[in-house]
Design a protein around this ligand. Sequence first.
Ligand code: AMP
Length: 284
Amino acid sequence: MLIHTIEEVREQIKNWKKQGLSIGLVPTMGALHDGHLSLIKKSVEKCDKTVVSVFVNPIQFGPSEDFDKYPRTLEADEKLCSDAGVDIIFAPSPKEMYGEGHLLSNDFLTYVIPPFFYVNKLCGKSRVGHFDGVCTVVNKLFNIVQPDFAFFGEKDRQQLIILKKMVKDLNIPVTIIPCPIVREESGLALSSRNKYLDENSKKDALALNKILFNIKLCYDKGITDVRALSETAYSFLNSNHSLEYLEFRDKDTLEDKEKADDDTIVFIAVKVGGVRLIDNIALG
Ligand code: AMP
């Protein structure tokens, strides 16, 4: 069932709650692919009812980012969801979520701001305000849908860590279920933004997962020095790549690691032919 308004979702949720049914939420920005589908399948399996939100959230995009050209494929998304047994696709308009505008009016003024320590690094460093937008919209979705479980991909690992912290700090009554990264056979992590890649860049995009899997291989052989591990990356990069970051951080606190260990996540962001891609791997 495709629903565009908060009121209608609330009505449906109220009925389900009265019946004591458990509710799973899968927040997405649409252009659904097998990565999203893996989260949806988990929710359908675990929960009595599953809500998938499809919302390209304007407040998590910077002024020079791809909000306008972000792929929007609601019809195909609807089909994928109904085939997967989703009960509600919630696809609100920006106006439904933020009124006349988050910048232009008083309709929307209250943000959830995650701790600086978690956002002043990795993607938060180049995407200033991005995680404020993410935490705010996810909070709103939690309040609208009141899910028992919410499913998030490890593909966006910094987001997942920040959202876990938000849920804990604000005592939000939801259990976050992390879901592993789904990759193409080539190793490329699925992403809606892969649609921007031309044929050459798609080949070059493989560098991200090659770098990460090679670092994991070296770690498994006993190398723990972060500098030595980082240096292995350069042989995979060419002039079509612009490395934004390659960092070794703690899986829960995002603190910098000087020596790699089993609690380390390696994070990478690279622009490939102008398209910004991210990936990560757990060494443990
Ligand atoms: P997005 O539509 O990009 O905001 O993603 C919605 C959710 O799907 C987020 O929790 C993502 O982490 C997750 N997701 C996106 N791509 C993948 C992937 N390749 N594997 C697993 N989860 C993913």
